[in-house]
Design a protein around this ligand. Structure first.
Ligand code: HEM
Length: 412
């Protein structure tokens, strides 16, 4: 672990509580550059929307385990002026925003299913799914990779895992992508009703599926989960609904963006793509480096319960904190040349910061890693001569980030 960041002598003590307030515009062009500029002098900055951004790896590591910071409950929707409705309820009843015993109660029914050992058994099945998707467009010699691969893989995998019908995938993934726009400080006011509508549809969809499983159990994950949850009596009906919704949301968009960016980054650094083609043992490191360099999830949200002194800068009690893992993963205190994409880095920490830390650390990490590794494995085997025609634009600096399109081609 790196040393604690030192206080910057350049900033006078009298001014240390006057944090710079960063605006949306400052992040629009190049969020990494903005983080880099401020990270040098400030461990924390303010954002115009009202939250504080913590920028350095050691501080985030420590604060994500500090009992004075809690998962945000409904603080985030309230900051955006959303005080009721289905989006609000997702924050009220989901595991991601809950604390203490409530969080444990909501997360526990899924821990065993998503444990690394259980997920490892799925690796061959996931590899076959990846290969099937590639076979669908391989003969064409070109593909729009986001829609034809990256969006489909995590949706198929999570549907298989939960036992959702494959035919439902296009509808529920559309709703998921509309909902995830909300889990982002940059959400535009006009996007909020769209996200609310999508969340209502998702809620209706999951409610119908759970009702069916209650009436006719099938021995799949959802039937087993419902029977166990009903028997234990620890989750209310609305909590059951929202945990499934959070799994679906957590399991799709995050991995979609990561699956695109890892291929894009490797192809933009062709010699590293070629190395992975020649030596599949490099795949886990390539996946980890892509997640560090251009993460699909940029931050973790918390709320302070007391004033927190961060190297002389005070974050007042009751403040919404954005622990910026995106900034931390390019922290010069941890990584030499952090703005260089290098799959041979030796500074990787045992726990990858992109999956968070503490009680809320991503429950789907093992699954996500397998999906990403098998994607690279199958692509580098089937199409080593892949070419990047159009790189995607990746936007956003909090929550789940957004991408548009990526066109690839190859000679058949
Ligand atoms: C590259 C892919 C992924 C990334 C980068 C990612 C990132 C994260 C992060 C940073 C958190 C912690 C948030 C916090 O502490 O507030 C989290 C939580 C969570 N993730 Fe993931 N995730 C990924 C894939 C998945 C997958 C595949 C699933 C589903 C199977 C999933 C389900 C969840 C759930 C349910 C939580 C909430 C855990 C809790 O609150 O206890 N994620 N994820």
């Amino acid at each position: 672990m790196q040393a604690d960041p030192v206080q910057s002598p350049a900033i006078p003590m009298s001014a240390r509580c006057d944090l710079p307030v960063l605006t949306e515009e400052q992040f629009a062009e190049d969020p990494h550059a903005t983080f880099r500029r401020y990270r040098a002098d400030y461990p924390v900055v303010a954002h115009q929307a009202g939250s504080r951004f913590v920028l350095r790896q050691a501080d985030i590591e420590r604060l994500s385990r500090d009992p004075r910071l809690l998962a945000g409950g409904t603080a985030f929707p309230k900051m955006l002026g959303v005080t009721d409705g289905s989006l609000f309820d997702a924050f009220e009843y989901g595991m991601l925003t809950a604390n203490g015993d409530v969080h444990r109660r909501r997360r526990a029914p899924f821990s065993r299913t998503f444990a690394a050992r259980a997920m490892a058994e799925l690796r061959p099945v996931i590899r076959r799914t990846v290969e099937r998707l590639i076979e669908e467009w391989h003969a064409a010699g070109h593909v729009e990779f986001v829609e034809q691969f990256a969006a489909r893989l995590p949706a198929v995998v999570i549907s298989d895992l939960l036992g959702l019908p494959q035919g439902d995938i296009p509808a529920f993934t559309r709703h998921v992508y509309d909902v995830t726009r909300f889990i982002n400080i940059s959400v535009r006011p006009e996007e909020i009703p769209v996200a609310e509508d999508a969340m209502r549809h998702l809620l209706g969809y999951v409610e119908t599926v759970l009702d069916e499983r209650r009436r006719q159990p099938r021995g799949d994950f959802l039937s087993v989960f419902l029977a166990a949850a009903d028997q234990a009596g620890e989750l209310s009906p609305i909590e059951m609904l929202f945990q499934i919704i959070i799994l679906i949301i957590g399991g799709t968009d995050t991995t979609r963006v990561a699956a695109v960016m890892q291929v894009c980054l490797l192809l933009q650094h062709r010699e590293q793509w070629d190395e992975v083609c020649l030596d599949p043992a490099l795949i886990p490191a390539a996946v980890a480096e892509a997640l560090r360099y251009e993460p699909s999830v940029a931050s973790i949200g918390r709320v302070t319960t007391e004033d927190i002194d961060l190297h002389g800068f005070v974050i007042p009690a009751g403040t919404l904190c954005t622990l910026s893992t995106m900034s931390a993963m390019r922290d010069e205190r941890v990584h030499a040349n952090p703005d260089v994409f290098d799959i041979h880095r030796t500074t990787a920490t045992r726990l990858h910061p992109v999956f968070g830390a503490g009680a809320h650390r991503c429950i789907g990490e093992a699954l996500a890693r397998i999906e990403l590794e098998e994607s690279l494995g199958a692509l580098t085997t089937a199409i080593p001569h892949l070419r990047l025609e159009t790189a995607p634009t990746i936007r956003g600096y909090t929550g789940i980030r957004r991408i548009d399109h990526m066109h690839l081609s190859w000679t058949v």
